[in-house]
Design a protein around this ligand. Structure first.
Ligand SMILES: [Mg+2]
Length: 125
């Protein structure tokens, strides 16, 4: 097992795609459909969670708020935020909220895979 990853996106199709990719890459994959569910999962799984892929735009609690809450509760887990259009202001907000990296949608899943691998090396060192 490479580690455990939590995939958070309100779009089922995106979750499926990412679940498949990371399972193939050897990760134990968990998923959540919005920010509220993501926070619940983090509380259940920590400290056994290594990475979160978080969508920004979601109902209930969005990715930005969920990231802030997770950071406030001192869960030390790296978060990659998936933003739409890569707007500079949104990226800035995501990083300020505590996300380690941002990737703008739509993205090449191979680019995301490489970003994840690089981040895991950074975290481990
Ligand atoms: Mg969304």
């Amino acid at each position: 097992m490479r580690g455990r990853i939590l995939i958070v996106d309100d779009q089922k199709g995106v979750r499926r795609l990412l679940e498949e990719l990371f399972k193939k890459e050897g990760w134990d994959v968990q998923s959540a459909g919005d920010g509220r569910e993501a926070i619940q999962k983090v509380e259940e799984l920590m400290p056994g969670l290594d990475l979160i892929l978080m969508d920004l735009k979601m109902p209930n609690i969005n990715g930005l708020e969920a990231t802030r809450i997770i950071m406030e509760r001192n869960f030390h887990v790296p978060i990659i935020m998936m933003t739409a259009y890569g707007e500079i202001e949104v990226v800035k907000q995501a990083l300020e909220a505590g996300a380690r990296k941002c990737i703008s949608k739509p993205f090449d899943i191979m680019v995301l895979r490489d970003m994840v691998n690089k981040l895991m090396l950074e975290v481990a060192s």
